[in-house]
Design a protein around this ligand. Structure first.
Ligand code: GTP
Length: 603
């Protein structure tokens, strides 16, 4: 296939609400196009990170090339870009879409259109993509594809006559889907002779080859030995090879116009390769860079502290490495009296935070304590200055605060009408305000509301799922900042204030939350050799208290003075147990304690 002819190239993403089956469908496509042997087929091949496989969710986008021999007798090059479905990772979706001409919109035939189906379809339409609707899971007895077609037409204004009925599980309809992609998705346009214009979609660091960038070529072509330049950052480099993923890396002579593949940059500093930047020729640059992505804005902040302070520099290095392909990650150094040196890290949401923490621990062998998440507060001081506060410890003294504003979200929930009351009550309980409601069909209503982000990062989502028996789907976007009456709740252990346990709460709920938190901490903090009082305080005023009773834990008592190897084993076991604890003053505090606020039921 000549790379100057783009008529046989199809670049598309698969988008869907979480769990509607994108990854499963991608796997079937790889299988049907013989990209991987059936016997090598591990389920969900595109989800390469361990955490993705274990949790069954897609976090990072992934671009794979497959060759499809179509019914018209021609071979087509498909570049398939898998995207994440969770609302935390919407920025990855828009990044993938910028590299495509088409999008397969997967809708679960048993669930119908859900909140992120709507937001993903909107992103795809705004990017002017050709949309191929695919109704998945038709093998299930509860599938109702005809109704789902109607929802696609009515809720999304997308013609559903062309919708392909598929089952990612059995493979039924996948061939029809591939044919639909050939006919419905436009081939890429571009000028093969123009100066190179390639958009960086993603990148990762390789010890030997430096940064490897995934790119979409809009104009021109790239070969090994080309002298190239990053347009925004300005650095130049010698291309050390190009190729595509099938799904393993396959070297190519050239990446031609319209194609998606990888470029080995040889650059040793990950910070020089920025997702959203444009690669061009050093000597003959293109006139204009590709429109950059809008930068994702972190919404949730948490302190990450190594349990062993000697790991501080390692933590910094690890964060820098992760940032290479996760540009939304930001951090500043943070010092805590209780936890020592660490970083205040910003995330897109709670899932993003969990994933990053897990990757830092697994891939970089770090033992970390994460403190309870916070949002970005605007604190207006009496002297007229406004400060951004993402850590409760940084809150100025009460006497110097005029008022505090907190971020609100514009949220929507789609739910069957039976659960409308439950959702509205939940919104009120979390300081939210319902603005309006739209009946999408007899079976689903869309409820719009404004809610403080701080409420959403506590337990709103879990409670929404449980109160609606899992039927509700949630989507949100950043709204405005609003004034709230907020105070800092401090926690004292054995009479000492533990800065890492402080958090900002609405004043009228401070008492209830302090009481629940003290009770929760009492369950979490193990008994020590002495009694540990736990106190909740606002300023100097103690507002709640509980006590961890003393215990004398002599692990060797069980050994009757006998077997020395058993004795050693027990001592080692005790040491292991201690590893995940942090000594604060004289009290051993487990990781869970720092996140106890997420589990507090304050009703
Ligand atoms: N019965 C049935 N189950 C399916 C089908 N397709 C996917 N599933 C199941 O649905 C669940 C979600 O599928 P995934 O492919 O992980 O969904 P996803 O949309 O990629 O999810 P994220 O990557 O987390 O956004 C898995 O348990 C699949 O086994 C199907 O056609 N039929």
């Amino acid at each position: 296939m000549k790379t100057t002819d783009t008529s046989h190239i199809r670049n598309f993403s698969i988008v869907a609400h979480i769990d509607h089956g994108k990854s499963t469908i991608s796997d079937r496509i790889l299988e049907l196009t013989h990209t991987v042997d059936e016997r090598d087929m591990a389920d969900q091949l595109l989800d390469t990170m361990d955490i993705e496989r274990e949790r069954g969710i897609t976090i990072k986008s992934n671009a794979v090339r497959v060759v499809y021999d179509a019914d018209d007798g021609e071979s087509y090059q498909f570049n398939l870009i898998d995207t994440p479905g969770h609302v935390d990772f919407t920025y990855e979706v828009s990044r993938s879409l910028a590299a495509c001409e088409g999008a397969v919109l997967v809708v679960d035939a048993t669930q119908g259109v859900e909140a992120q189906t709507v937001s993903n379809a909107t992103l795809a339409m705004n990017a002017n993509l050709d949309i191929v609707p695919a109704i998945n899971k038709i093998d299930l007895p509860s599938a109702h594809p005809e109704e789902v077609k109607k929802e696609i037409e009515e809720d999304l204004a997308i013609p559903a006559d062309d919708a392909v009925l598929v089952s990612g599980k059995t493979g039924e309809g996948i061939h029809d889907l591939l044919e639909a992609i050939v006919y419905l998705v436009s081939p890429p346009k571009g000028d093969a002779k123009a100066p190179l214009k390639a958009l960086i979609l993603d990148s990762y660091f390789d010890e030997y080859r430096g940064v490897v960038a995934t790119v979409r070529v809009f104009d021109g072509s790239i070969k090994k030995g080309d002298h190239l330049r990053m347009m925004a950052l300005g650095d130049t480099f010698l291309c050390d090879g190009v190729g595509c993923k099938r799904p393993l890396e396959t070297p190519l002579d050239e990446l031609g116009v319209g194609e998606v593949g990888y470029v080995v940059t040889g650059l040793k500093d990950p910070a020089l390769v920025k997702t959203g930047d444009t690669i061009t020729y050093e000597e003959r640059p293109c006139a204009e860079a590709c429109p950059g992505y809008h930068e994702a804005k972190p919404m949730v902040f948490t302190g990450l502290f190594p349990i062993d302070n000697k790991q501080y520099e390692n933590l910094r290095d690890a964060l820098e490495k992760l940032k290479v392909n996760d540009p939304s990650l930001i951090w500043t150094p943070e010092t805590s009296v209780a936890l020592g040196f660490g970083f205040r890290v910003g995330f897109l949401g709670l899932l993003h935070m969990e994933v990053v923490k897990e990757r830092l621990e697994r891939e970089f062998g770090l033992d970390l304590i994460a403190t309870s998440p916070s949002v970005d507060y605007h604190v207006y001081k009496t002297d007229g200055e406004m400060v951004d506060i993402t850590s409760p410890q940084d809150l100025p003294d009460v006497t110097r605060i005029d008022h505090i504003e907190e971020p609100y979200l514009k949220a929507k929930v789609i739910v069957p009408p039976d659960f409308m009351g439950a959702v509205m009550q939940l919104v009120v309980d979390h300081r939210g305000e319902t603005s309006d409601m739209v009946f999408l069909s007899e079976k689903s209503v869309e409820i719009h509301f404004d809610i403080p982000l701080a409420e959403l990062i506590l337990d709103f989502f879990d409670q929404l799922k449980s109160r609606t028996k899992g039927y509700a789907s949630l989507d949100y976007e950043i709204g405005d900042y609003r004034t709230s009456d907020l105070v800092k709740l401090d926690i004292l252990l054995a009479g000492e204030e533990v800065d890492a346990l402080s958090f900002i709460v609405p004043r009228d709920r401070a008492y209830d939350m302090a009481r629940s938190l003290c009770d929760k901490l009492k369950e979490i903090i193990p008994r020590q050799q002495f009694e540990v009082p736990i106190q909740g305080a606002i300023g100097n005023k103690i507002i709640a208290r509980s006590t961890v009773k003393a215990v004398r834990k002599d692990v060797l008592a069980k050994c009757y003075g006998g077997d020395i190897s058993r004795k050693r084993k027990l001592l080692e076991k005790q040491k292991e147990g201690k590893k995940r604890m942090k000594s604060i003053g004289s009290v051993e505090v487990p990781q869970e304690a720092f996140l106890a606020v997420l589990k507090v039921d304050d009703e």
